[in-house]
Design a binder for this molecule. Structure first.
Ligand code: K7E
Ligand code: CUA
Length: 655
């Protein structure tokens, strides 16, 4: 009977988890002065840049706060983008290379903005690929993805990318444990999970000056699911905290089998200790195949290198790297407060929010106050590490952000609300409904040591009735709250692009005067650049034809091309000669099986075109670049295979 009751309760909870509860009074939550607080007058700029993950669109978007205006709906990262040729041009294809070959899509959940001394410096935005594990780095002076590194020995790169306080490392924890190392390509039965599967945590170093990433080391870990993470900061600098679920180590029907235990763990990692072991030569190199792709802003090209090994540390042998903190129950987010003292666990199925104390954790380690071990790694006693529990906070806690004034804000998926509570006293101070089923929260600077506690954005999973409907799929949604006073106040709903999970925002002043306006032509080292109209030409090399083409308002050179044959591989190498801000030219040719190119001033980009039939094909500029944009066009003539029509090209010579 007990079991049946439990099952029933389980089913109700499961239903609530799946659908969310709908808060009452959906329409009446807005107060009178809200509009003026989000109004940014025409010609004025927003106070914050908000970089938002696109979830299953594999991209990021760039939003202004408080207005909610979208500046860049799509910043391609792990997906192709026909609008500008990302993943279609010859130069960008290597960015999407992996050990599995070209992978033109992924699922991007988390953004990490680079920090120095635990404050945003906003040089780079990092994003994770969940499905085929990768981490990308976006340069925030060009808003372009400049590096992608694949993560080997990982499956479901969800606990990623989270960064240390000086961006020493970006971490990547595997969500799915998998056979790793030499076993990675072994044919093992799934029900040998406990023996053959492993978790891994990758620490990826980031070059202080240029941002270049390398996998510094991987930690082996038990075959749990690693969900989210946060670095320690300030007093807890040198530590990292990972939430885990499925410490039951189930491999099927996790919905039930991974919800058995009363507590899972937050895994505390002493990465400074790991560094010491590496210095002592205690890491071992293991086989691991992964791609490392970099963009070069001088050649305007990406290169992809396949690497073959990583440095691995086994914390079962190397003591004092890993400790487990018991955490109720199937925690999703784990977040560290701005002082670095408090570690908040959000158990999706827990009725309380546990807050752990870093000081107490160190004490418990020192006193060997353990209640057990996992594979020889100590499990600390819950009560010894606990600062306290927030009582009756809500249902289904997911993520916590901080305002820098001693308050925490936790999202509740099931009860669809944001709850504000005091970190010291653990008292609930305020709660507001979200519409509906909130996932991540975002306060500008919220995960850093210096939050700008003025606004909070709730990224909601379901928008239901909030917008005009658009068929079976409705807009995803964000909601902006004013959190500057005692009570939170809803200011604005705005629809979002893709399915946002996490986002980070920082003061616009950090980067707005550092934007690259154009690429200097004299620095263009692209081997097929045409750096002036006199360099424009066409060359044949067997069946390959290279067209060195220039663009400037408002013509292509050359714009008449003849002597191309069916079966040729034609490469349009388009150099944009403009040296001014915001004058891209587009290039599109009829029948191309790829996309257009959108070439920035001073840049060279290449489109491959395989003419499959005889005829004359127009090409044209796609970006309305001047009053004579519509005149920016040309023709390419394709003759039969084997024809002896001579190669000929011109601009304006035949009139
Ligand atoms: Cu959506 Cu961060 Cu993937 Cu929670 S995760 S919501
Ligand atoms: Cu160039 Cu339109």
């Amino acid at each position: 009977m007990k079991t049946r009751l439990w099952l029933l309760a389980g089913a109700t909870l499961a239903m609530a988890l799946a659908t969310g509860c709908k808060p009452k009074g959906a329409q009446s939550a807005l107060s009178g002065d809200a509009a003026s607080k989000v109004y940014v007058a025409p010609g004025q700029h927003d106070e914050f840049y908000n970089i938002v993950s696109g979830g299953f669109n594999g991209q990021m978007s760039v939003v202004g706060l408080p207005s909610g205006r979208v500046f860049k709906a799509i910043l391609p990262v792990f997906s192709v983008h026909p609008e500008n040729g990302w993943g279609f041009s010859e130069e960008t294809k290597p960015m999407l290379n992996t050990s599995h070959g070209f992978v033109p899509w992924d699922d991007l959940h988390h953004i990490a903005i680079s920090t120095t001394n635990a404050e945003h410096d906003a040089r780079w935005a990092f994003g994770n690929a969940n499905n085929t594990p990768r981490i990308a780095r976006v340069d925030l002076t060009t808003f372009k993805t400049v590096e992608i590194i694949e993560i080997p020995n990982s499956g479901g790169n969800h606990s990623s990318p989270f960064i240390t306080e000086n961006t020493e490392y970006v971490v990547a924890g595997t969500r799915f444990s998998v056979p790793t190392g030499d076993d990675a390509s072994r044919d093992v039965p799934i029900d040998t999970y406990k023996e053959n599967f492993k978790g891994t945590i990758s620490f990826i170093s980031v070059d202080k000056d240029h941002g270049d990433m390398e996998i510094a080391f991987q930690l082996e870990a038990p075959p749990f699911n690693f969900d989210l993470a946060r670095a320690g900061k300030k007093k807890s600098h040198g530590w990292f905290f990972f939430s885990t679920y499925n410490t039951e180590m189930a491999h099927t029907l996790l919905e039930v089998n991974a919800s058995q235990k009363d507590k899972d763990f937050i895994m505390a990692v002493n990465w400074k200790k790991a560094e010491e072991y590496i210095k002592q030569g205690k890491g071992k190199k293991v086989k691991a195949k992964y791609a490392h792709n970099k963009w070069d802003e001088d050649t305007h090209m990406a290169t992809s290198v396949i690497k073959e090994e990583v440095l691995s540390l086994d914390p079962r042998e190397l003591k004092d790297i890993i400790y487990f903190i018991p955490c109720p129950k199937s925690p999703h987010g784990t977040d560290t407060d701005p002082t670095g003292e408090y570690i908040v666990g959000s158990g999706k199925l827990a009725a309380i929010i546990p807050v752990f104390s870093f000081t107490k954790m160190l004490q418990a380690i020192e006193n060997q106050d353990f209640e057990g071990s996992v594979d020889g790694m100590p499990v600390l006693r819950y009560e010894s590490v606990l600062h306290g529990e927030v009582e009756k906070p809500g249902l289904g806690p997911l993520h916590t952000e901080f305002d820098g004034r001693g308050n925490a804000y936790t999202s509740f998926f099931v009860s669809s609300e944001v709850v504000k509570w005091n970190i010291e006293t653990l008292q609930v101070l305020d709660r507001v409904p979200t519409f509906y089923s909130v996932g991540h929260l975002m306060i500008p600077g919220g995960p850093t040591g210096k939050p700008h506690g003025k606004y909070l954005v709730a990224y909601n999973k379901i928008s239901k009735d909030r917008y005009l409907p658009t068929g079976p799929e409705l807009a995803h949604t964000a909601q902006l709250y004013d959190i500057s006073g005692d009570k939170m106040q809803l200011l604005l709903d705005f629809p979002t692009v893709g399915e946002p999970h996490y986002a980070e925002a920082f003061p616009a002043s950090l980067i707005k005067d550092k934007q690259v306006k154009f690429f200097p032509l004299e620095k263009n080292k692209h081997p097929r650049a045409a750096k002036g109209i006199n360099d424009a030409r066409v060359e044949r090399d067997g069946n390959k034809v290279h067209i060195y083409m220039t663009t400037i308002r408002s013509n292509f050179r050359p714009d008449n091309i003849e002597g191309i044959r069916v079966g040729d591989e034609v490469y349009f190498h388009v150099t944009n000669l403009e040296q001014d801000w915001d004058v891209p030219h587009g290039f599109a040719v009829k029948g191309a099986n790829t996309a257009e190119l959108l070439v920035m001033p001073g840049e060279t980009a290449t489109l491959r075109w395989d003419p499959d039939r005889v005829g004359v094909f127009p090409f044209y500029c796609t970006d309305f670049c001047s009053a004579l944009h519509q005149e920016m066009q040309g023709y390419i003539r394709v003759s039969p295979a084997g024809s002896n029509v001579p190669l000929k090209y011109s601009t304006g010579l035949t009139e």
